[in-house]
Design a binder for this molecule. Structure first.
Ligand SMILES: *Cc1c(COP(=O)(O)O)cnc(C)c1O
Length: 460
Protein backbone atom coordinates (compact mmCIF):
# COMPACT_ATOMS: atom_id res chain seq x y z
CA UNK A 1 0.00 0.00 0.00
CA UNK A 2 2.71 2.48 1.03
CA UNK A 3 4.91 1.26 -1.84
CA UNK A 4 2.08 1.89 -4.29
CA UNK A 5 1.55 5.44 -3.05
CA UNK A 6 5.25 6.25 -3.10
CA UNK A 7 5.50 4.77 -6.59
CA UNK A 8 2.65 6.92 -7.82
CA UNK A 9 4.12 10.06 -6.25
CA UNK A 10 7.44 9.34 -7.95
CA UNK A 11 5.76 8.75 -11.31
CA UNK A 12 3.84 11.99 -11.12
CA UNK A 13 7.00 13.86 -10.12
CA UNK A 14 9.02 12.32 -12.95
CA UNK A 15 6.32 13.53 -15.34
CA UNK A 16 6.87 17.04 -14.01
CA UNK A 17 3.50 17.28 -12.35
CA UNK A 18 3.13 19.49 -9.27
CA UNK A 19 5.85 21.44 -7.49
CA UNK A 20 9.35 20.11 -6.81
CA UNK A 21 8.76 20.87 -3.16
CA UNK A 22 5.93 22.63 -1.39
CA UNK A 23 7.58 24.44 1.52
CA UNK A 24 5.63 25.44 4.59
CA UNK A 25 6.41 26.19 8.22
CA UNK A 26 6.69 23.20 10.59
CA UNK A 27 3.61 24.25 12.57
CA UNK A 28 1.49 24.06 9.43
CA UNK A 29 2.92 20.70 8.41
CA UNK A 30 2.43 19.30 11.93
CA UNK A 31 -1.22 20.32 11.66
CA UNK A 32 -1.67 18.84 8.18
CA UNK A 33 -0.15 15.55 9.24
CA UNK A 34 -2.12 15.59 12.49
CA UNK A 35 1.07 14.64 14.28
CA UNK A 36 -0.24 15.08 17.80
CA UNK A 37 -3.40 13.16 17.13
CA UNK A 38 -1.74 9.98 15.87
CA UNK A 39 0.68 9.95 18.78
CA UNK A 40 -2.13 10.38 21.29
CA UNK A 41 -4.71 8.07 19.79
CA UNK A 42 -2.65 5.71 17.65
CA UNK A 43 -2.94 5.06 13.95
CA UNK A 44 -4.81 2.23 12.28
CA UNK A 45 -3.76 0.64 9.01
CA UNK A 46 -6.64 2.57 7.43
CA UNK A 47 -5.31 5.91 8.73
CA UNK A 48 -1.88 5.14 7.35
CA UNK A 49 -2.83 5.65 3.70
CA UNK A 50 -4.02 9.19 4.33
CA UNK A 51 -1.00 9.94 6.45
CA UNK A 52 1.43 8.74 3.77
CA UNK A 53 -0.31 10.89 1.17
CA UNK A 54 -0.07 13.94 3.42
CA UNK A 55 3.58 13.13 4.09
CA UNK A 56 4.36 12.78 0.38
CA UNK A 57 2.66 16.10 -0.29
CA UNK A 58 5.38 17.71 1.84
CA UNK A 59 8.25 15.70 0.38
CA UNK A 60 10.84 17.03 -2.00
CA UNK A 61 10.37 15.11 -5.25
CA UNK A 62 13.77 14.23 -6.62
CA UNK A 63 12.57 12.49 -9.80
CA UNK A 64 11.04 15.84 -10.83
CA UNK A 65 12.85 17.19 -13.91
CA UNK A 66 13.04 20.62 -12.25
CA UNK A 67 14.65 19.34 -9.03
CA UNK A 68 18.10 20.68 -9.83
CA UNK A 69 19.69 21.59 -6.52
CA UNK A 70 21.73 18.89 -4.85
CA UNK A 71 23.77 15.75 -5.55
CA UNK A 72 21.15 13.45 -4.12
CA UNK A 73 20.27 10.35 -6.13
CA UNK A 74 16.92 9.51 -7.62
CA UNK A 75 17.04 5.97 -6.23
CA UNK A 76 16.75 2.98 -8.51
CA UNK A 77 14.52 -0.01 -7.80
CA UNK A 78 17.37 -2.16 -6.49
CA UNK A 79 18.17 0.40 -3.81
CA UNK A 80 14.52 0.68 -2.76
CA UNK A 81 14.18 -3.12 -2.50
CA UNK A 82 17.37 -3.27 -0.44
CA UNK A 83 16.01 -0.62 1.93
CA UNK A 84 12.82 -2.62 2.34
CA UNK A 85 14.74 -5.84 3.06
CA UNK A 86 17.04 -4.15 5.55
CA UNK A 87 14.13 -2.33 7.16
CA UNK A 88 12.39 -5.64 7.74
CA UNK A 89 15.31 -7.85 8.83
CA UNK A 90 17.67 -5.27 10.40
CA UNK A 91 20.99 -7.05 10.06
CA UNK A 92 23.68 -4.87 11.65
CA UNK A 93 26.31 -6.72 9.71
CA UNK A 94 29.50 -5.06 10.94
CA UNK A 95 29.83 -8.20 13.08
CA UNK A 96 29.92 -11.03 10.54
CA UNK A 97 27.59 -13.28 12.51
CA UNK A 98 25.02 -10.44 12.66
CA UNK A 99 24.47 -10.60 8.90
CA UNK A 100 26.78 -12.98 7.05
CA UNK A 101 24.93 -12.44 3.77
CA UNK A 102 25.03 -8.66 4.11
CA UNK A 103 28.73 -8.67 5.06
CA UNK A 104 29.64 -10.83 2.08
CA UNK A 105 27.60 -8.70 -0.31
CA UNK A 106 29.34 -5.59 1.03
CA UNK A 107 32.77 -7.08 0.35
CA UNK A 108 31.66 -8.01 -3.16
CA UNK A 109 30.48 -4.42 -3.75
CA UNK A 110 33.64 -2.78 -2.40
CA UNK A 111 35.67 -5.24 -4.50
CA UNK A 112 33.72 -4.15 -7.54
CA UNK A 113 34.62 -0.54 -6.69
CA UNK A 114 38.29 -1.39 -6.07
CA UNK A 115 38.47 -3.10 -9.44
CA UNK A 116 37.06 -0.03 -11.18
CA UNK A 117 39.71 2.14 -9.56
CA UNK A 118 42.35 -0.27 -10.81
CA UNK A 119 43.21 -1.81 -7.43
CA UNK A 120 43.35 -5.47 -6.59
CA UNK A 121 40.24 -6.74 -4.78
CA UNK A 122 40.47 -7.99 -1.21
CA UNK A 123 40.10 -11.69 -0.36
CA UNK A 124 36.61 -12.18 1.09
CA UNK A 125 37.99 -13.74 4.26
CA UNK A 126 39.88 -10.57 5.18
CA UNK A 127 43.32 -12.11 4.60
CA UNK A 128 44.46 -9.31 2.29
CA UNK A 129 48.00 -7.99 2.43
CA UNK A 130 49.95 -5.18 0.81
CA UNK A 131 49.10 -6.45 -2.66
CA UNK A 132 45.38 -6.04 -2.11
CA UNK A 133 43.14 -3.04 -1.86
CA UNK A 134 40.51 -2.80 0.82
CA UNK A 135 37.18 -1.09 1.29
CA UNK A 136 34.25 -0.62 3.60
CA UNK A 137 30.88 1.04 3.17
CA UNK A 138 30.11 3.94 5.48
CA UNK A 139 27.05 5.96 6.35
CA UNK A 140 28.07 8.81 4.08
CA UNK A 141 31.03 10.37 2.33
CA UNK A 142 31.84 12.63 5.28
CA UNK A 143 32.54 9.56 7.38
CA UNK A 144 34.50 8.04 4.49
CA UNK A 145 36.69 11.17 4.35
CA UNK A 146 37.22 11.06 8.11
CA UNK A 147 38.20 7.39 7.90
CA UNK A 148 40.66 8.07 5.06
CA UNK A 149 42.35 10.89 6.97
CA UNK A 150 42.43 8.74 10.10
CA UNK A 151 44.38 6.11 8.17
CA UNK A 152 46.64 8.80 6.73
CA UNK A 153 47.29 10.10 10.24
CA UNK A 154 48.16 6.59 11.42
CA UNK A 155 50.59 6.20 8.51
CA UNK A 156 52.31 9.52 9.32
CA UNK A 157 52.11 9.23 13.12
CA UNK A 158 51.42 5.68 14.35
CA UNK A 159 51.58 6.82 17.97
CA UNK A 160 48.71 9.31 17.49
CA UNK A 161 46.00 6.79 18.44
CA UNK A 162 47.39 6.54 21.96
CA UNK A 163 49.27 9.78 22.44
CA UNK A 164 47.13 12.23 20.48
CA UNK A 165 47.80 14.10 17.28
CA UNK A 166 51.27 15.64 16.94
CA UNK A 167 51.20 19.40 16.39
CA UNK A 168 53.42 19.41 13.32
CA UNK A 169 50.93 17.51 11.13
CA UNK A 170 49.02 19.35 8.42
CA UNK A 171 46.66 18.49 5.57
CA UNK A 172 47.10 20.15 2.18
CA UNK A 173 43.79 20.70 0.39
CA UNK A 174 42.34 23.21 -2.05
CA UNK A 175 39.85 25.67 -0.52
CA UNK A 176 37.27 24.03 -2.81
CA UNK A 177 37.47 20.77 -0.87
CA UNK A 178 34.29 19.58 0.83
CA UNK A 179 33.69 20.97 4.32
CA UNK A 180 33.89 17.46 5.72
CA UNK A 181 37.67 17.59 5.16
CA UNK A 182 38.03 20.57 7.51
CA UNK A 183 35.66 18.88 9.95
CA UNK A 184 37.71 15.70 9.83
CA UNK A 185 40.85 17.70 10.63
CA UNK A 186 39.12 19.17 13.68
CA UNK A 187 37.70 15.83 14.78
CA UNK A 188 41.16 14.24 14.44
CA UNK A 189 42.61 16.86 16.75
CA UNK A 190 44.62 18.59 14.04
CA UNK A 191 42.48 21.69 14.23
CA UNK A 192 41.02 23.28 11.12
CA UNK A 193 44.02 25.64 10.96
CA UNK A 194 46.09 22.57 10.11
CA UNK A 195 44.42 22.59 6.69
CA UNK A 196 46.84 24.46 4.48
CA UNK A 197 45.12 25.77 1.36
CA UNK A 198 46.54 24.68 -1.97
CA UNK A 199 46.70 27.18 -4.80
CA UNK A 200 43.74 27.15 -7.20
CA UNK A 201 42.97 28.88 -10.50
CA UNK A 202 40.10 31.27 -11.30
CA UNK A 203 37.69 28.31 -11.48
CA UNK A 204 38.78 27.09 -8.02
CA UNK A 205 40.59 24.11 -9.60
CA UNK A 206 43.80 22.96 -7.97
CA UNK A 207 47.00 23.94 -9.79
CA UNK A 208 49.14 20.77 -9.76
CA UNK A 209 52.51 22.52 -10.01
CA UNK A 210 51.80 24.41 -6.80
CA UNK A 211 51.46 21.19 -4.81
CA UNK A 212 55.17 20.36 -4.93
CA UNK A 213 56.03 23.86 -3.75
CA UNK A 214 53.44 23.66 -0.97
CA UNK A 215 54.80 20.34 0.32
CA UNK A 216 58.37 21.64 0.22
CA UNK A 217 57.41 24.90 1.90
CA UNK A 218 55.56 23.02 4.66
CA UNK A 219 58.55 20.76 5.28
CA UNK A 220 60.93 23.73 5.31
CA UNK A 221 58.63 25.26 7.94
CA UNK A 222 58.99 22.18 10.16
CA UNK A 223 55.52 20.81 9.38
CA UNK A 224 54.67 17.30 8.17
CA UNK A 225 51.97 16.98 5.50
CA UNK A 226 49.97 13.92 6.49
CA UNK A 227 47.91 14.01 3.31
CA UNK A 228 47.09 15.92 0.15
CA UNK A 229 43.39 15.96 -0.70
CA UNK A 230 42.03 16.50 -4.22
CA UNK A 231 38.47 16.82 -5.53
CA UNK A 232 37.06 14.51 -8.17
CA UNK A 233 35.10 16.63 -8.69
CA UNK A 234 34.62 19.63 -6.43
CA UNK A 235 31.17 19.82 -4.87
CA UNK A 236 30.53 23.44 -5.76
CA UNK A 237 31.60 23.39 -9.41
CA UNK A 238 31.77 19.75 -10.48
CA UNK A 239 35.28 20.42 -11.85
CA UNK A 240 38.06 17.89 -11.35
CA UNK A 241 41.44 18.57 -9.82
CA UNK A 242 44.33 17.07 -11.84
CA UNK A 243 44.62 13.70 -10.09
CA UNK A 244 47.55 12.14 -11.98
CA UNK A 245 49.84 15.16 -11.81
CA UNK A 246 49.21 15.57 -8.07
CA UNK A 247 49.57 11.81 -7.48
CA UNK A 248 53.00 11.82 -9.10
CA UNK A 249 54.13 14.69 -6.89
CA UNK A 250 52.81 12.92 -3.78
CA UNK A 251 54.52 9.66 -4.75
CA UNK A 252 57.82 11.44 -5.24
CA UNK A 253 57.61 13.04 -1.83
CA UNK A 254 56.04 10.14 0.03
CA UNK A 255 52.87 12.02 0.97
CA UNK A 256 49.50 10.26 1.27
CA UNK A 257 47.04 11.23 -1.47
CA UNK A 258 43.32 11.14 -0.78
CA UNK A 259 41.01 11.52 -3.77
CA UNK A 260 37.58 12.73 -2.68
CA UNK A 261 35.59 11.23 -5.54
CA UNK A 262 32.34 11.16 -3.56
CA UNK A 263 30.45 12.56 -6.51
CA UNK A 264 32.54 11.60 -9.51
CA UNK A 265 33.83 8.06 -8.96
CA UNK A 266 30.86 6.63 -10.85
CA UNK A 267 32.41 8.08 -14.01
CA UNK A 268 34.94 5.23 -13.72
CA UNK A 269 32.20 3.04 -15.21
CA UNK A 270 32.23 5.07 -18.42
CA UNK A 271 34.96 4.76 -21.02
CA UNK A 272 33.93 8.23 -22.20
CA UNK A 273 34.08 10.03 -18.84
CA UNK A 274 36.67 8.15 -16.82
CA UNK A 275 39.52 10.29 -18.13
CA UNK A 276 38.46 12.95 -15.57
CA UNK A 277 39.78 10.57 -12.90
CA UNK A 278 42.96 9.60 -14.70
CA UNK A 279 45.62 8.59 -12.18
CA UNK A 280 43.17 7.73 -9.39
CA UNK A 281 44.87 4.32 -9.03
CA UNK A 282 48.00 6.15 -7.83
CA UNK A 283 46.15 7.49 -4.78
CA UNK A 284 46.28 5.95 -1.31
CA UNK A 285 42.60 6.38 -0.51
CA UNK A 286 39.38 7.22 -2.33
CA UNK A 287 35.91 8.26 -1.17
CA UNK A 288 33.04 7.09 -3.38
CA UNK A 289 29.39 7.91 -2.61
CA UNK A 290 26.95 5.41 -4.07
CA UNK A 291 24.09 7.64 -2.94
CA UNK A 292 25.07 10.24 -5.52
CA UNK A 293 25.71 8.93 -9.04
CA UNK A 294 25.17 5.21 -8.37
CA UNK A 295 21.56 6.06 -7.57
CA UNK A 296 21.13 4.49 -4.16
CA UNK A 297 19.13 6.10 -1.39
CA UNK A 298 21.06 7.71 1.44
CA UNK A 299 23.16 6.58 3.03
CA UNK A 300 25.65 4.50 1.10
CA UNK A 301 29.27 5.54 0.63
CA UNK A 302 32.64 3.81 0.49
CA UNK A 303 36.13 4.47 1.71
CA UNK A 304 38.63 2.52 -0.37
CA UNK A 305 42.35 1.99 0.19
CA UNK A 306 45.04 0.91 -2.23
CA UNK A 307 46.56 -1.15 0.58
CA UNK A 308 44.07 -3.09 2.67
CA UNK A 309 46.42 -2.87 5.67
CA UNK A 310 45.45 0.81 5.98
CA UNK A 311 42.42 -0.38 7.93
CA UNK A 312 44.58 -2.22 10.46
CA UNK A 313 46.51 0.91 11.30
CA UNK A 314 43.50 3.25 11.20
CA UNK A 315 41.50 1.70 14.01
CA UNK A 316 42.35 0.04 17.27
CA UNK A 317 39.63 -0.93 19.67
CA UNK A 318 38.71 -2.78 22.80
CA UNK A 319 35.24 -4.03 23.68
CA UNK A 320 35.12 -7.36 25.42
CA UNK A 321 31.60 -8.12 24.22
CA UNK A 322 32.49 -7.62 20.53
CA UNK A 323 36.13 -8.38 19.98
CA UNK A 324 37.43 -11.76 21.06
CA UNK A 325 40.01 -13.35 18.91
CA UNK A 326 39.98 -14.59 15.36
CA UNK A 327 36.67 -14.77 13.50
CA UNK A 328 35.39 -18.28 12.78
CA UNK A 329 33.84 -17.55 9.41
CA UNK A 330 34.16 -14.06 7.96
CA UNK A 331 35.70 -10.67 8.56
CA UNK A 332 34.10 -8.39 11.15
CA UNK A 333 33.87 -5.13 9.20
CA UNK A 334 33.43 -3.33 12.54
CA UNK A 335 37.24 -3.28 12.75
CA UNK A 336 37.16 -0.90 9.75
CA UNK A 337 34.44 1.54 10.73
CA UNK A 338 33.64 4.48 12.96
CA UNK A 339 30.15 3.01 13.26
CA UNK A 340 29.32 0.12 15.57
CA UNK A 341 25.80 -0.73 14.41
CA UNK A 342 25.84 -0.48 10.62
CA UNK A 343 23.17 -1.19 8.00
CA UNK A 344 23.54 -3.73 5.21
CA UNK A 345 24.44 -1.02 2.73
CA UNK A 346 26.03 -3.27 0.12
CA UNK A 347 22.69 -4.69 -0.98
CA UNK A 348 21.63 -1.32 -2.40
CA UNK A 349 24.49 -1.21 -4.89
CA UNK A 350 24.46 -4.93 -5.46
CA UNK A 351 20.77 -5.12 -6.42
CA UNK A 352 21.08 -2.08 -8.67
CA UNK A 353 23.92 -3.82 -10.49
CA UNK A 354 22.06 -7.10 -10.66
CA UNK A 355 18.66 -5.69 -11.67
CA UNK A 356 19.64 -2.84 -14.01
CA UNK A 357 23.17 -3.85 -14.90
CA UNK A 358 26.41 -1.92 -14.77
CA UNK A 359 25.87 -0.72 -18.34
CA UNK A 360 22.68 1.07 -17.27
CA UNK A 361 24.48 2.90 -14.46
CA UNK A 362 27.28 3.88 -16.84
CA UNK A 363 24.71 5.08 -19.39
CA UNK A 364 23.01 7.18 -16.71
CA UNK A 365 26.29 8.92 -15.82
CA UNK A 366 27.15 9.52 -19.48
CA UNK A 367 23.68 10.75 -20.29
CA UNK A 368 23.50 13.27 -17.44
CA UNK A 369 27.08 14.51 -18.01
CA UNK A 370 26.32 14.99 -21.72
CA UNK A 371 22.99 16.70 -20.98
CA UNK A 372 24.77 19.14 -18.64
CA UNK A 373 27.23 20.08 -21.42
CA UNK A 374 24.27 20.80 -23.72
CA UNK A 375 22.52 22.82 -21.01
CA UNK A 376 25.69 24.89 -20.57
CA UNK A 377 25.64 25.82 -24.27
CA UNK A 378 21.93 26.55 -24.10
CA UNK A 379 22.38 28.88 -21.11
CA UNK A 380 25.41 30.61 -22.63
CA UNK A 381 23.40 31.67 -25.70
CA UNK A 382 20.67 33.35 -23.60
CA UNK A 383 21.11 37.11 -23.23
CA UNK A 384 21.94 38.17 -19.67
CA UNK A 385 23.15 34.71 -18.68
CA UNK A 386 26.69 33.52 -18.23
CA UNK A 387 28.08 30.04 -17.49
CA UNK A 388 31.12 29.94 -15.25
CA UNK A 389 33.05 27.17 -17.10
CA UNK A 390 32.51 24.19 -19.40
CA UNK A 391 31.11 21.47 -17.17
CA UNK A 392 33.01 18.23 -16.50
CA UNK A 393 30.16 16.47 -14.74
CA UNK A 394 26.47 17.04 -14.09
CA UNK A 395 27.14 20.09 -11.90
CA UNK A 396 26.96 23.51 -13.53
CA UNK A 397 27.26 27.06 -12.17
CA UNK A 398 25.76 29.98 -14.06
CA UNK A 399 24.43 33.41 -13.29
CA UNK A 400 21.98 36.02 -14.45
CA UNK A 401 23.67 39.38 -14.44
CA UNK A 402 26.63 39.77 -12.14
CA UNK A 403 25.10 40.83 -8.88
CA UNK A 404 25.88 38.38 -6.06
CA UNK A 405 22.75 39.19 -4.06
CA UNK A 406 20.54 38.78 -7.12
CA UNK A 407 21.59 35.14 -7.54
CA UNK A 408 20.65 34.35 -3.95
CA UNK A 409 17.36 36.25 -4.29
CA UNK A 410 16.50 34.45 -7.53
CA UNK A 411 17.08 31.05 -5.97
CA UNK A 412 14.86 31.93 -3.05
CA UNK A 413 12.06 33.24 -5.27
CA UNK A 414 12.05 30.09 -7.44
CA UNK A 415 12.04 27.86 -4.38
CA UNK A 416 9.12 29.74 -2.84
CA UNK A 417 6.93 28.94 -5.83
CA UNK A 418 8.20 25.35 -5.79
CA UNK A 419 8.55 25.41 -9.57
CA UNK A 420 12.34 24.96 -9.62
CA UNK A 421 14.91 23.97 -7.04
CA UNK A 422 18.40 25.33 -7.68
CA UNK A 423 21.31 25.72 -5.30
CA UNK A 424 24.00 28.39 -5.28
CA UNK A 425 27.77 28.48 -4.84
CA UNK A 426 30.64 30.94 -4.95
CA UNK A 427 33.50 30.55 -7.40
CA UNK A 428 36.60 32.65 -6.83
CA UNK A 429 34.51 34.83 -4.53
CA UNK A 430 31.56 35.47 -6.89
CA UNK A 431 28.03 34.10 -6.38
CA UNK A 432 26.46 31.82 -8.94
CA UNK A 433 23.32 29.78 -9.31
CA UNK A 434 24.18 26.08 -9.28
CA UNK A 435 22.41 23.13 -10.81
CA UNK A 436 23.02 19.41 -10.34
CA UNK A 437 21.34 17.39 -13.05
CA UNK A 438 20.36 14.20 -11.20
CA UNK A 439 16.86 13.49 -12.52
CA UNK A 440 16.96 11.39 -15.70
CA UNK A 441 14.02 13.49 -16.93
CA UNK A 442 15.54 16.98 -17.06
CA UNK A 443 15.55 18.20 -20.66
CA UNK A 444 16.26 21.34 -22.69
CA UNK A 445 12.61 22.34 -22.19
CA UNK A 446 13.07 22.42 -18.43
CA UNK A 447 16.22 24.50 -18.79
CA UNK A 448 14.42 26.90 -21.15
CA UNK A 449 11.62 27.17 -18.60
CA UNK A 450 13.98 27.92 -15.72
CA UNK A 451 15.73 30.60 -17.78
CA UNK A 452 12.36 32.17 -18.65
CA UNK A 453 11.30 32.15 -15.04
CA UNK A 454 14.60 33.66 -13.89
CA UNK A 455 14.27 36.43 -16.49
CA UNK A 456 10.68 37.17 -15.39
CA UNK A 457 11.47 36.91 -11.69
CA UNK A 458 14.50 39.17 -11.91
CA UNK A 459 12.31 42.14 -12.85
CA UNK A 460 11.83 43.88 -9.52
C1 LIG B 1 28.85 15.05 -1.27
C2 LIG B 1 30.29 15.17 -1.02
C3 LIG B 1 30.83 14.83 0.22
C4 LIG B 1 29.97 14.47 1.42
O1 LIG B 1 29.37 13.25 1.30
P1 LIG B 1 28.10 12.89 2.21
O2 LIG B 1 27.75 11.54 1.72
O3 LIG B 1 27.07 13.92 1.93
O4 LIG B 1 28.54 12.90 3.64
C5 LIG B 1 32.19 14.87 0.38
N1 LIG B 1 32.98 15.27 -0.64
C6 LIG B 1 32.49 15.60 -1.83
C7 LIG B 1 33.44 16.02 -2.93
C8 LIG B 1 31.13 15.57 -2.07
O5 LIG B 1 30.65 15.94 -3.27
Amino acid sequence: MAAERVGRANELAAAGSGPVVDLAAPAQIAAELDLERWLAKGMTAGDLAGFIDAYLARAIHLPHPRALAHQVAVPNVGAAVADLVHGAINNPMAIYEMGPGAATVELAVTNWMLTHIGWRPQPLDGSGDGRHGGGVLTHGGSLANLTALLAARAAAAPQAWDSGTPHDLIVLAPPSSHYSIARAASILGLGSRAIWPLFTDDRDVLVAEAVAEAIDAACADGRRPLAVVVNAPSTATGLHDPVRAVAEICRERGVWLHVDAAHGAAALLSSRERAHLDGIDLADSVTWDAHKMLRTSGLCAAVLFRDTRSFDIAFRQEASYLFYGEPDFGLDLITRTVECTKAGLGLKVYLALALDGEAALAAYVEDRYAATRRFAEQIATRPGFEVAYSPESNILCFRYGRDDDLQVALRRRLLRTGSFHLSSATIAGSRYLRMTVMSPQTSEDDIAAVLDEITDTAVP
